[in-house]
Design a protein around this ligand. Structure first.
Ligand code: ADP
Length: 485
C-alpha cells in the first residue's frame, strides 16, 4: 500500500514541535506493516539545504498562482517529496512566521498549495518519466496539510483524485488555519466547496475545518484527547463537527523513536544507563547541575522542556516555583516562546540562585541531557493532545509529573497507594492546572522521592513501558486498510 503523508514539518529536516517527531517517525513505524509511506514537505530553505541535490520530477506553471517544482529525495532512507515553490517558502524565519514571531500573511496560500500539490500527486495528475505517480491514500497532518482532503474531495482538476481516500490527524486543535473570505476565490476550488459542509468557517475559510469535514477518517493523537475534543472546553469551536463525524474520529497514541530516545545508547549523555544501572544517572545529574548553575545536592531535580505558552501551564508553573524551592527542590528549565514568560522565568531564577536554572532557546541535545539527569519532568499542560516529553521521561526514568488530560492521562499511571502497592505506578498525576493542584502534586512527588525504594520502583516501572511505535504503527495500518476496503 502506498501512502502519501503530508505535513509542514518532519524530523530530522524541520521541527517546531511534536508534530515533526511524529511525521518523521511514521514511515519507519509503518514499513513493517506493508505500508510504503512517502512524505511530502514544503521546500523551506533549511530543508533544501539539508538535502543537497534533489531530483526535479515535475513542474507546475502556476500552483495557486506561483511556479513550483516537485523534488524527490530521501528522509532517513524513506521516500521524500519536496514542494519547491520559492515564492512561498524561500524566506528567512520560521516555518509559519518571521523572526519576530508574526505569522506570514500568505500562510493560506503557502499551505493550500501544499494541499493542492498533495491532491494532484495522489490523484495521478503528476507524471514522472511518462508514468503517473499514484498513491492509495493521503494522510494529512494538522491544518497546514488539511486542505489536501478538500482538494481530493472537490477535485477541480478531474475525477480521478476523488477516489483517493484521506485521513486528517489533529496534533493540536488550537491551531486551525482560519483566513478571510477573500482567499476562497484564489484557491481554485469549485463554488460548491464554499459551504458549511465544505471549507467555509465563520465567514472565512477554515483549513483544519475543511480537512475534518472532507477526510474519510479523522484521528487525533490519544484516545482521551479524541473524547475531550467533543466538548467545548477542548474542541475550540470545532466540537460540533467532531461530534457530527461520529465514529470516523478516533485516537491513536503517538509513539517515540526508541533509536533516538534510549538512555542505554544516547550519545548526548555523560553516562548511559538502563533500568538495572539507575545509579549511573547521578553522573548526568551532577553534569546537569553544573550546566544550569544549580547547587549540588541530593534533593529532587525537576526539569521542564517545553514551548513557553499558556497551553503548557507556564503561568501556573511560575506561581508554584517558590513552593518547589521551599520543598527543597530545584528546577532546570529549557524552553522558548512567550516573551513575558521568559522574563518572569529569568526573574525567578535570579530570586532563587542555585535552585532555579533557566535556558531560553531550542536545544535538542540539552533536552536529552535533561531527561537523563533530571529526577522528574513536570508537564502542567491545560490540554495536551498526546505529549512527547512525558514519554521521553518514562523511557529515561525521569518520573513524569503531569496534568490528567489528553495523552498525559493515557500514558502515566499515578503513584497513588493502590498503584504503588500493585507495583504499576509510573508517575504523578494531578487534576486541574492551578496553584493548589500543582503544588500538592509537587509535595507528593518530593515525598515519594524521599522514599528511595519506592521512587526507584516507579522509575523502573516507567522505563519498562513500551511507547515505541509498535502498537500505534499497527493501529494506523489497520485504519488505512479499513478505508481501502
Ligand atoms: P508540542 O508539540 O505541543 O510542543 P510535545 O510534547 O508533543 O509538545 O512535543 C514537543 C517536542 O519538542 C518534544 O520532542 C520536546 O522534547 C521538544 N521541545 C520542546 N521545546 C524544546 C526546547 N526548548 N528545546 C528542545 N526540545 C524542545
Amino acid at each position: 500500500m502506498k501512502v502519501l503523508s503530508v505535513a509542514s514539518e518532519a524530523v530530522p529536516l524541520i521541527k517546531t514541535g511534536g508534530l515533526a517527531d511524529v511525521v518523521g517517525a511514521l514511515p519507519a513505524a509503518l514499513a513493517g506493516h506493508g505500508v510504503e509511506m512517502t512524505t511530502l514537505l514544503p521546500g523551506y530553505p533549511s530543508v533544501l539545504k539539508a538535502l543537497g541535490r534533489l531530483r526535479s520530477v515535475h513542474a507546475w506553471d502556476a500552483l495557486l498562482g506561483v511556479p513550483a517544482r516537485l523534488l524527490t529525495g530521501k528522509i532517513d532512507g524513506h521516500p521524500l517529496l519536496v514542494l519547491d515553490a520559492p515564492a512561498l517558502y524561500a524566506r528567512d524565519g520560521a516555518p509559519y512566521g518571521d523572526a519576530a514571531g508574526q505569522d506570514w500573511a500568505d500562510n493560506w496560500q503557502r499551505f493550500s498549495a501544499l494541499g493542492r500539490a498533495a491532491a494532484d500527486i495522489a490523484g495521478g495528475a503528476v507524471d514522472v518519466r511518462g508514468k503517473a505517480m499514484r498513491f492509495d491514500l493521503v494522510h494529512a497532518h494538522d491544518w497546514q496539510a488539511a486542505m489536501a482532503p478538500a482538494y481530493l474531495r472537490f477535485a477541480p482538476f478531474g475525477g480521478e483524485a476523488r477516489r483517493v481516500p484521506s485521513i486528517v490527524t489533529i496534533h493540536n486543535m488550537a491551531f486551525q488555519g482560519w483566513f478571510g473570505a477573500e482567499t476562497f476565490p484564489r484557491l481554485g476550488l469549485p463554488r460548491e466547496a464554499w459551504s458549511i459542509d465544505g471549507i467555509e468557517y465563520h465567514g472565512g475559510i477554515g483549513m483544519l475545518k475543511a480537512g475534518l469535514a472532507c477526510a474519510d477518517a479523522v484521528t487525533t493523537v490519544s484516545p482521551t484527547y479524541a473524547r475531550e475534543i467533543r466538548s467545548a472546553a477542548f474542541g475550540m469551536g470545532l466540537e460540533g463537527l467532531i461530534v457530527a463525524r461520529g465514529r470516523a474520529v478516533s485516537g491513536i497514541l503517538n509513539g517515540i523513536d526508541t533509536a533516538m530516545w534510549n538512555p542505554a545508547g544516547d550519545a548526548a549523555l555523560a553516562a548511559r544507563y538502563d533500568a538495572r544501572k539507575l545509579e549511573r544517572r547521578s553522573v548526568n545529574k551532577r553534569a546537569l547541575e553544573a550546566e544550569f548553575g544549580l547547587d549540588r545536592d541530593d534533593g529532587p531535580l525537576f526539569i521542564v522542556v517545553t514551548r513557553l505558552t499558556w497551553q503548557k501551564g507556564m503561568d501556573v508553573l511560575l506561581e508554584v516555583l517558590d513552593h518547589l524551592v521551599g520543598l527543597g527542590g530545584r528546577l532546570a528549565l529549557l524552553g522558548s516562546g512567550d516573551a513575558a514568560i521568559e522574563q518572569a522565568l529569568h526573574a525567578a531564577a535570579a530570586r532563587h540562585p542555585g535552585r532555579i536554572g533557566v535556558r531560553i532557546g531550542y536545544d535538542e541535545a540539552l533536552s536529552h541531557r535533561m531527561q537523563g539527569g533530571g529526577d522528574a519532568i513536570l508537564v502542567p499542560s491545560r490540554f495536551e493532545p498526546c505529549g512527547l516529553t512525558q514519554l521521553y521521561g518514562l523511557a529515561y526514568g525521569c518520573v513524569p509529573v503531569v496534568a490528567r488530560t489528553g495523552g498525559l492521562a493515557d500514558t502515566v499511571i499515578d503513584a497513588n497507594p493502590a498503584a504503588l502497592a500493585a507495583g504499576v505506578a509510573t508517575g504523578v498525576q494531578f487534576d486541574g492546572v492551578h496553584y493548589d493542584a500543582v503544588s500538592a502534586a509537587l509535595t507528593r512527588t518530593v515525598d515519594l522521592y524521599g522514599r528511595a525504594e519506592q521512587w526507584r520502583a516507579v522509575q523502573k516501572n516507567a522505563m519498562k513501558c513500551d511507547f515505541s511505535w509498535t502498537a500505534s504503527g499497527q493501529a494506523y495500518a489497520d485504519l488505512y486498510r479499513a478505508l481501502l476496503a
